[in-house]
Write a protein that binds this ligand. Structure first.
Ligand SMILES: Cc1cc2nc3c(=O)[nH]c(=O)nc-3n(C[C@H](O)[C@H](O)[C@H](O)COP(=O)(O)OP(=O)(O)OC[C@H]3O[C@@H](n4cnc5c(N)ncnc54)[C@H](O)[C@@H]3O)c2cc1C
Length: 463
């Protein structure tokens, strides 16, 4: 007989989103369980390439309550260190995370409040009944590969999430499709391993890594761009090319070409032997340059307006000449003739909530939600791109979104508790939390640490 237990909130996924959610639920005294099918921060461990470091410096890419004590604040730390950070964090806050447990389905209960989640740990199955469910399974769930070349073509094909290091690929040259943060770093690594790399470049933004003594993440902050609630018109799919590799540097496609990489336009089709590329390479590079220069302009303006004493950097505006591969681009590439034996698809991810049976998805399977609150009462999302702002799918941003979602859960809980104390217990305290503004339960309220979550964690860490 499979076991069934009950909790107030079930959090599915134990990445940064699940850990942040747990912190905010605990701070509000809300009983919950976090189920993670792998280990804490599993994707940082096993779905990223070996040499990946954070795209943001660790003074920024962290939760408020814990620093990367062993790193300089301006460092970009290896992915394993990020995973360790979240594991340490979960331990510090005593997060009730159960690892190795995959949620296979969540369905509404019939005629009763809440949801039932079925799970398996590989050997046993079980279920959990919860009043609310938070889907914290990430923004980068399933590899998205455009259907351009058949899977059984005579070339090795992997997605960037499966790429680990150059040795993994068969000998020969490589086509990397997609020049976002992942594509450019993987292409650079492969080129330096001695292969000829072709990099297919689509539309992109490429902000400066640092300008006038401040990192890009700082500029995004002071210019109010992290906090923007919606992407710029038509730009929600424009990839942002930033890198923390080699200590952090501005990505300039001229430098990649100078290292030997052949840049090509957006990959459009395959004819059985050759890949074909759009004639958009120069346009894409020019738009990326324009984006780069617009950030410098905005930064200069900000410095001027606020009278800041930050060193001038006129050389940042000097863009070199366009390389031959941009001025005279390839329109097609015969893979065999070019010795291309592998294609790395750095083409992004799609969502997959196949396990969540709730009335809150559009026809493309995208969650219908506002700041994580879905159309199905009791179902919440966390970690989605632009969930509340540009920061939502990033480490620091998800922490703030989790706080909001936790508040919404408590408010909903208190509506559901309305009058239940009067009906169930004559001795119920009149202060019991039945107002949307109050904590989840009187017991929770009396045991909750009054300090903020971040302060609480600092106290725990100091012990
Ligand atoms: C290459 C790359 C580099 C990035 N670099 C940075 C960076 O430097 N800084 C930054 O702030 N952000 C970065 N991000 C963005 C973001 O921070 C990460 O993608 C992060 O992993 C998202 O965390 P999450 O908790 O929302 O989702 P995930 O890390 O994807 O966590 C979701 C968890 O849910 C689990 N899960 C999924 N389905 C189930 C199920 N059915 N049952 C149980 N468990 C399940 C998964 O195993 C996973 O551990 C990067 C993203 C990518 C792709």
């Amino acid at each position: 007989m499979p076991k069934q237990e009950e909790t107030e909130v079930l959090v599915v996924g134990g990445g940064q989103a699940g850990v942040a959610m747990s912190e905010h639920l605990s701070a509000r005294g809300v009983p919950h369980i976090v189920l993670e099918r792998g280990r804490i921060a599993e994707r940082w461990r096993s779905e990223r390439w070996d040499s990946l470091v954070t795209n943001g410096p660790v003074w920024h890419d962290r939760f408020p309550g814990l620093t990367f004590a062993d790193a300089d604040p301006d460092d970009f730390v290896p992915k394993e260190r990020v995973a360790q950070y979240f594991e340490d964090y979960a331990r510090e806050i005593d997060a009730p995370v159960r690892c190795g447990v995959e949620v296979t389905s969540v369905t509404k209960r019939d005629g009763q409040p809440g949801f039932v989640a079925e799970y398996t740990d590989g050997s046993t199955r079980g279920s959990i009944v919860a009043r609310a469910v938070v889907a914290a399974t990430g923004a980068f769930q399933q590899p998205a590969i455009p259907p351009i070349i058949p899977g059984d073509a005579a070339v090795t094909q992997i997605h960037s999430s499966q790429y680990r290091n150059p040795e993994q690929l068969p000998e020969g040259n490589v086509l990397v499709v997609g020049a976002g943060a992942s594509g450019v770093q993987i292409a650079d690594e492969l080129q330096h391993s001695g292969r000829q790399v072709y990099l297919s470049v689509g539309p992109h933004d490429r902000p400066p890594r640092r300008y006038r003594d401040r990192d890009n993440v700082w500029w995004l902050g002071v210019l109010g761009l992290w906090g923007k609630a919606t992407p710029p018109e038509g730009a929600d799919h424009v990839t942002i090319v930033v890198s923390g590799a080699k200590g952090g540097h501005t990505v300039d496609f001229r430098d990649l070409a100078a290292s030997g990489i052949t840049l090509v336009g957006r990959t459009s089709s395959f004819d059985g032997s050759s890949m074909h590329f759009n004639a958009d390479l120069a346009t894409n590079i020019a738009k990326g340059d324009a984006n780069y220069l617009s950030v410098l302009d905005a930064a200069d303006e900000y410095i001027e307006r606020n009278g800041l004493d930050l060193p001038e950097e006129p050389e940042a505006r000097l863009l070199g000449p366009l390389p031959e591969c941009v001025t005279n681009p390839l329109s097609e590439l015969d893979l065999e003739a070019a010795g291309v034996t592998s294609i790395v698809w750095a083409t992004g991810f799609r969502l997959d909530y196949g396990w969540l049976h709730a009335d809150t998805f559009d026809e493309l399977g995208r969650p219908l939600q506002q700041r994580g609150v879905s159309n199905e009462p009791g179902v919440y999302f966390l970690g989605l791109p632009w969930q509340s702002s540009r920061g939502s799918s990033f480490i620091w941003g998800v922490w703030h979104d989790a706080k909001y979602v936790a508040d919404q859960i408590v408010i909903q809980h208190n509506y559901l508790e309305y009058r239940s104390h009067d009906e169930q217990s004559e001795s119920a305290s009149p202060e019991a939390g039945t107002s949307p503004a109050e904590p989840a339960s009187s017991a929770a309220a009396s045991s909750a640490d009054p300090s903020t979550p971040a302060e609480h964690l600092e106290k725990v860490s100091a012990r």
